[in-house]
Design a protein around this ligand. Structure first.
Ligand SMILES: Cc1ncc(COP(=O)(O)O)c(C=O)c1O
Length: 469
């Protein structure tokens, strides 16, 4: 039986297996998985009061925000983001030249990026829009890591123009980059360790993943780039997603440091940095503990001493490019209860939907829900908490025990600060919500407005309709 605290990831794994199937089979397999593994929220919690997660705001403060900004919206906690950024930096300050490149895809908002930039974080970008976001935020040069795949020429050109560190996803991109943007002085390659590294839930098994160079290709690729005059080198990998086990990252560091030692010796090139990727998980469930940064940092330092210092290859900088763990726990989807529906099950219908938060719908991922002002009440009622999309998997929670919910109640859906608003979409004519930042001093500011129907129609030229038959 699987451990309960692995539930969110395991549930995501189950869903990954069935993506592409009709919802009915999704639902059946998902439920079968839940029952066969013993991972069952009802079993965990029935008869107990709701396990709680703390909120960084009071009911009074949230009510004040809602009066100004109608639900639904994502609310981000500046203090939480900054304190966490500093904890990460402190833990890794023992690692030579450490830098975190925030994975912009997790929360592509320039205000958040600017806060992180002030903490010394760079930006990990993967598309033209993300490069432009970094540029507009004031993050340029080698403070940008550009890790894309199936990359179009214009993105390489823009990345080079910004002076970003380009992280190549494939050996064929060496020539493509040379032909399109020209080879820069510094280049990084993404390593896919294949069978050398066990798989992880969202990203899958490395052998099945489309990303990166094989080991043999790395030797060939760096040799080729050296011959072509590239002077500075980095090595990258990204083999985990939402991983809660610190050893996983220490093993990744050992794998890369050891490989750097081999590449340096065989090719007679000097590496400047290693990028361990992102993937540090977060405790979506109240029973889970956050990943201890210091345990990872201590293990990484030991590996550095063994392989890098031990082989006389220091100094070598070590980078991370985490997204989820940087902002995930500090975001909340705030949504009002619009309707209560009682048929074969009891449904709480909210004014949000999958367009605001897809993770439960597509991965079966767990997001904790607090009913504002009812934190101390017994979780007596079993609900499916739904959105308004015409898709049966538009559910934020299935079989969730909550205190009795009434129309007009406010639900706080936790841990939406990464891959929440960012994954939004417009299917069914649904509009993406606003994003509000709760400042350290208790004030709040809208950092993205909600979409309007005009935004939805902005790409359609209706004037052509009159003469169109
Ligand atoms: C190349 C790359 N780097 C970093 C990240 C960030 O991962 P996480 O948000 O899990 O830390 C991702 C996520 O998909 C990624 O693809």
């Amino acid at each position: 039986m699987l451990a309960i605290n692995k539930g969110a990831e395991d549930s995501e794994r189950a869903t990954t297996l069935v993506i592409g199937y009709k919802y009915t089979s999704y639902y059946l397999i998902h439920r079968l998985f839940i029952y066969s593994t013993g991972f069952n929220e009802i079993a965990i919690k029935r008869g107990k009061s709701m396990v709680s997660k703390q909120l960084p705001f009071t009911k009074t403060k949230l009510t004040e925000i809602i009066e100004k900004h109608p639900t639904p919206f994502h609310l981000y906690d500046e203090k939480g983001i900054i304190d966490n950024a500093r904890q990460l930096k402190d833990a890794f300050s023992q690692i030579h030249g450490f830098k975190e490149y925030f994975a912009v895809k997790a929360l592509p908002n320039p205000y958040i990026m600017k806060l992180l930039m002030a903490e010394g974080f760079g930006a990990d970008c993967s598309s033209m829009a993300e490069l432009l976001l970094a540029e507009k935020t004031g993050i340029v040069g080698e403070d940008i890591m550009f890790s894309s795949n199936d990359t179009p020429a214009e993105e390489f050109i823009k990345a080079k123009e910004l002076g970003a560190i380009i992280n190549l996803d494939d050996i064929s991109h060496i020539e493509y980059l040379e032909e399109t943007a020209g080879l820069p002085e510094i280049i990084c390659c993404r390593y896919n360790p294949g069978p050398l590294k066990g798989g992880n839930v969202i990203i899958g098994s490395p052998e099945e993943a489309k990303y990166g160079f094989t080991r043999e290709q790395l030797f060939e690729g760096y040799r080729k780039m050296k011959e072509k005059g590239v002077k500075r080198f980095g090595l990258h990998t990204m083999v985990a997603s939402n991983e809660l086990e610190p050893d996983y990252f220490i093993e990744t560091a050992r794998l890369l440091y050891e490989l750097i030692a081999e590449l340096s010796m065989e090719l007679d090139i000097r590496f400047e940095f290693v990028n361990l990727g992102g993937g540090i998980g977060i405790s979506y469930r109240p029973e889970q503990d956050p990943v201890p940064y210091d345990v990872i940092a201590n293990g990484v330092r030991e590996a550095y001493e063994e392989f890098i210092v031990g082989n006389g290859l220091n100094p070598l900088r070590t980078f991370l490019e985490c997204g989820r763990v940087i902002t995930g726990p500090y975001g909340y989807l705030i949504t009002g209860v619009r309707h209560l529906k009682h048929i074969y099950k009891d449904y709480v219908g909210t004014d949000a939907c999958m367009a605001n938060l897809m993770r439960p719908g597509i991965y079966g991922a767990y997001h904790h829900i607090t009913v504002l002002g009812k934190e101390d009440q017994e979780a007596t009622n079993l609900y499916d908490v739904t959105g308004s999309l015409c898709e049966n998997n538009d559910k934020f929670a299935i079989d969730r025990l909550l205190p009795e919910v009434k129309r007009g109640d406010i639900l706080v859906i936790h841990d939406t600060g990464a891959h929440g608003h960012a994954m939004g979409f417009n299917y069914n004519g649904k509009l993406r919500s606003s994003e509000i930042l709760l400042r350290k001093d208790g004030s709040f500011v809208q950092i993205r407005r909600a979409e309007t129907v005009d935004d939805y129609f902005a790409t359609l030229d209706m004037s052509g309709l009159s003469g169109f038959e």
